[in-house]
Write a protein that binds this ligand. Sequence first.
Ligand code: ACO
Length: 441
Amino acid sequence: MSGNSLTITDNRTGKQYDVPIENGTIKAMDLRQIKTADDDFGLMTYDPAFMNTASCKSRITFIDGDKGILEYRGYPIDQLAEQSTYLEVAYLLLHGELPNQMQLSEWIRNITYHTFINENIKKVMDGFHYNAHPMGMFEATLGALSTFYPDAKEIFDADSRWKQIYRLIAKVPTIAAFAFRHRIGMQYAYPDNDLSYEGNFLNMMFKTTELTYKPDPVLEHALTVLFILHADHEQNCSTNAMRNIGSAHTDPFSALGGAAAALYGPLHGGANEMVLRMLNEIGSVEKVPEYIKRVQAGEFRLMGFGHRVYKNYDPRAQIIKQVAYEVFEVTGRDPLLDIALELERIALEDEYFVKRKLYPNVDFYSGIIYQAMRFPVDMFPVLFAIPRTSGWLAQWVELLEDPDQKIARPRQVYLGRRTRDYLPIEQRQTAAADVARTSVV
Ligand code: ACO
């Protein structure tokens, strides 16, 4: 019996097993040897929603939820948000190290070169209904893009893989902005490759009659910070979807479409929209105490508060709050900010929230900023997906290079009926409920 192991006694058989512990985990497959008989399948773990299962080893993003720490490749998120740019962070996530000047220039050039989309993709987008949700258009267009790049199937060819990475990081802002313009019936604004990544996105979103769009530097910087904060967050729902689809060796365009679909859900990328709805519903600072009382009474939850992983202030929320003040200097102060600040002030002192370790999360302030920047609410999940593309791709590359990984294929605990003979239809008995239903029809 080694010191770094777990001894398990199976009380069904009285047998003991010694299972190694590595990196604070035991291998689920080591449990398979625990059997009651030779023909027993062996012990499995039951873990719906992966509450306590590590699905991979990763070297990309570190989170300590109790201490409120978030690091990309070891760099604290606040240092990156303060000093870096989104494309530099994307390089860091994908390469593992910060680039030198030459590497960064080449990286930016490669991405900028791919910002345009095929004119036929534009026609695909034209086919969407006038009021199609931009996130639906976004994910569907990513799937459609895979048909334009058959070379994307060469996922084990390093050159091809990098090319798809450039294409995807470059094209997601274009697709996002085109989805928005289609929705409001405005002609598409083509990429301006003289602008920064973020500045060009603002150009494609908001350019009207001006010959050259000049992004406001404060808003451009706000977008940089928001993009950095959203670039990766280890094994969340959409990243897990990206890895799951990628494990079947699907091309990255299709896999990214699937990851975007996971992000679309209100439990994942849609929470900031719910924060805005809540702030509008509260309506004024005076009504905040009454609203908090209703939260305490269990009527509903305070949106933008609490997190599965962070049991401390979400480090991203702190940074975003600062950005909100900078943005309002340009756009004018949104009265919703005062409601948000009062909610936060009361909640952070209140026993209900303190006891449950509920703090503002990344979504508490981001929606107010996006609204002040004139992004409509249904663009919020798309604004999340643009920067998360680099994180999804970094996790996808790590998956493909990991010799431990295979096609993802969980087990199940089967509780249904076992083998029985097929009955011809005239011999099947009709249940009373079916008779009642048929007669209603
Ligand atoms: N408002 C009021 N009470 C809350 C809140 C909240 N926002 N969040 C959790 N609680 C309470 C629960 O009622 C529970 O109380 P109890 O012990 O008396 O029953 C306790 O805190 C623990 O809650 P859980 O649901 O077990 O916490 P979990 O970690 O499963 O949930 C979640 C995390 C889903 C984020 C939750 O805090 C929540 O619903 N927050 C509001 C929605 C939100 O802001 N989501 C965005 C998350 S960030 C992101 O995904 C990018």
